[in-house]
Write a protein that binds this ligand. Structure first.
Ligand code: PGA
Length: 246
């Protein structure tokens, strides 16, 4: 079973020195395996520094967001080709924190997905329902996620959809210590793959204690990890666990 363990560092750590320490820790336990990828998505100013550092590493680098235009009068934005040139091979799009704090709409996310694919970056598209939606039951949550997918991947042919990785991240599980039930995540992952052909990561309060509960299922391609990924020892444990599955 091929697997992917992706770290979303968010706006952490605060210095390149700490970033290098975390990257080095992960690199030390990451083996070169055909079927398992370890990915770290640091804040974008660190991508280049980690890529160019002399740390011997099999860990891939990715970005946490990109803009949809390649150039022009767009103050503050960073384009997908720029990230690619810095050393990113993946980009996360549509994370719920960006949907919430930056008011990113499905229409904007869909443009970002297309721009990222065009530049040759692999895309991890985040979807997931709120607690209010989840409280109405799993079928409602599935409907919500299906609707997000339809909008975020609008216009993409099935072949391109299936090349995208979807991270199912229920908002109520992110950073709360309350991960989804693995059996519910599996159901959702299956639904997402049926709709898109894409492989599915689970994200939301994963750590070394519960990672295996998710990745042991063939429907779940791996995990998108936030909080636990900026704790060096914890993330090392997670890398070792996922490397056992291939
Ligand atoms: P968490 O974050 O692991 O801290 O819940 C996951 C994410 O936001 O991608």
């Amino acid at each position: 079973m091929a697997k992917l363990l992706a770290a979303n560092w968010k706006l952490n750590p605060t210095s390149i020195k700490e970033a290098e320490k975390l990257f080095l820790a992960a690199s030390r336990v990451t083996r070169s395996r055909k079927n398992v990828e370890i990915l770290i998505c640091p804040p974008s100013p660190f991508i280049d520094r980690l890529n160019a550092s002399n740390i011997e590493s099999k860990v891939k680098l990715g970005a946490q967001d990109c803009f949809w235009e390649e150039k022009g009068a767009y103050t503050g934005e960073v384009s997908a080709p720029m990230l690619k040139k810095l050393g990113a091979s993946y980009v996360i799009t549509g994370h719920s924190e960006r949907r919430r704090y930056k008011q990113e709409t499905d229409e904007m996310i869909s443009k970002k997905v297309e721009a990222a694919l065009k530049s040759g970056l692999k895309v991890i598209l985040c979807v997931g329902e709120s607690l209010t939606v989840r409280a109405k039951g799993l079928p409602e949550a599935e409907k919500f996620v299906a609707d997000q997918l339809a909008k975020d991947l609008a216009g993409l042919p099935r072949k391109e959809k299936s090349a995208i990785i979807i991270a199912y991240e229920p908002i109520w599980a992110i950073g709360t210590g309350r991960a989804a039930k693995p059996k519910d995540a599996v159901k959702m992952a299956k639904k997402i793959t049926d709709l898109t052909g894409a492989q599915v990561l689970y994200g939301g309060s994963t750590d070394s204690n519960n990672l295996e509960d998710f990745i042991q299922h063939k429907e779940i391609y791996g995990a998108l990890v936030g909080g636990a990924s900026i704790k060096a020892e914890e993330f090392k444990k997670m890398i070792k666990i996922i490397q056992k599955y291939v």
